[in-house]
Design a protein around this ligand. Structure first.
Ligand code: ATP
Length: 361
């Protein structure tokens, strides 16, 4: 397999902005504000109003032709959050987010776990240099494909089956992506995690593919840990990890564990990526209906997410600037109440925009 085109680089970018519901609509505009102040290149933002309001008004979730439009006309999607108490089934969220994930084949879920201020970790005696890793979760297969069924549902003899689907192509491409990321960022340690001692078919495939692919990256020190061991080790000593690659289910869990180690939901960014093609970037938090509309949502997760998007576009300096601005806001306590600050969402956005404008090269 040829090397993966990690970046969708170019002199200009066209971004679809999809704030969605709840606090997604509050944090995403702050990100756009900061991006406009930080990036001195042609960058066009196009707003999309997909979400609960549109669904309730028009019955539309993902409009016809949406996937083709995003794939053909945009470089990336900046996403907020979906979820609204008026849509208890969450149908619109499933259609839009899962629809895009599968139809754009966004097979990489990238979840950086980076401590940006010592005070934010619940771990004792750990500092910024101890917690700087990235989890790559396989995003299109595994236990999340929805293959399964019930037998004798609702009876005392009920059986429920959920299949764990792993394809050679799917396993190989996520493992390879993790290695390529390590090489591109000059990261020296990669850990593949599975449960091959118990999942003797599905994760035997992971073992075999890992052993094959690692041969191509001799400069990277790669090892394997069972997922239960990884969960222990990441808490005991997170400084031993640079890159972690794992399946859909384990990635879901371990990256949330990581998010808490690095300051919680309000700060966690993520990317849903298909290398070289339109990819979707979203903060890890949901729409948080309990605080929506109050202007107190923390926009830092969304701003860090925008930084990941810039990195994906190949604009490394601007990506670093966004991360610096978040670090500075944390240092100077220019943050929202969830992080112990007194600023409103928009005031944090203003402060960050001002910071990046002053520090842009
Ligand atoms: P989901 O949409 O994933 O089902 P949710 O919307 O109920 O979940 P999340 O947004 O994931 O909840 O977050 C859970 C809680 O964490 C929220 O109710 C909120 O109190 C807090 N929280 C999450 N994100 C933020 C944020 N950006 N700023 C401040 N608080 C947040």
């Amino acid at each position: 397999m040829a090397n993966i085109p990690l970046r969708k680089g170019g002199p200009a970018a066209r971004i679809a902005v999809l704030p969605g519901d709840g606090i997604g609509r509050e944090v995403t505009p702050e990100s756009v504000k900061v991006l406009r102040a930080a990036v001195n290149r042609p960058m066009e933002f196009v707003d999309l109003d997909w979400g609960a309001d549109k669904f309730l008004r028009e019955g539309v979730t993902l409009p016809p032709g949406a996937v083709e439009m995003l794939r053909d006309e945009f470089d990336a999607i900046l996403f907020g959050a979906l979820g609204d108490p008026r849509v208890p089934s969450n149908q619109h969220a499933a259609d839009i987010l899962l629809g895009l994930r599968f139809k754009l084949d966004l097979y990489v879920n990238a979840r950086p776990v980076e401590l940006l201020h010592d005070r934010l970790t619940p771990l004792r005696n750990r500092s910024e240099r101890d917690l700087r890793l990235i989890v790559f979760r396989e995003n299109t297969e595994g236990l999340y494909v929805g293959v399964g069924g019930f037998f004798k549902k609702g009876t005392p003899d009920e059986v429920a089956v959920q299949e764990d689907m792993n394809t050679r192509k799917g396993v190989e491409r996520i493992i390879r992506y993790a290695f390529e990321h390590a090489r591109w960022h000059n990261l020296k340690r990669l850990c593949m995690s599975d449960k091959s001692n118990a999942m003797t078919f599905a994760h035997d495939l992971w073992q075999r593919v890992f052993k094959e692919v690692r041969q191509e990256y001799p400069e990277i020190e790669s090892r394997h840990l069972y997922i239960d061991t990884l969960a222990m080790e990441i808490v005991r000593d997170p400084s031993q990890f640079d890159v972690i690659v794992t399946c859909n289910l384990f990635g879901d869990i371990i990256s949330d564990l990581g998010a808490q180690l690095a300051g919680g939901l309000g700060l966690a960014p993520s990317g849903n990526i298909h290398p070289g093609a339109t990819s979707l970037f979203e903060p890890v938090h949901g729409s948080a209906p309990n605080i929506a509309g109050k202007g107190v949502a923390n926009p830092l997760g969304s701003v860090l997410t925008s930084g990941m998007m810039l990195d994906f576009l190949g604009w490394k300096d601007e990506a670093a600037l966004l991360k610096d601005s978040v670090r500075a806001a944390l240092r100077e306590n220019k943050v929202t109440p969830d992080l112990g600050g007194a600023l409103k969402t928009a005031a944090v956005g203003d402060w960050l925009a001002d910071y990046v404008a002053k520090n842009a090269k």
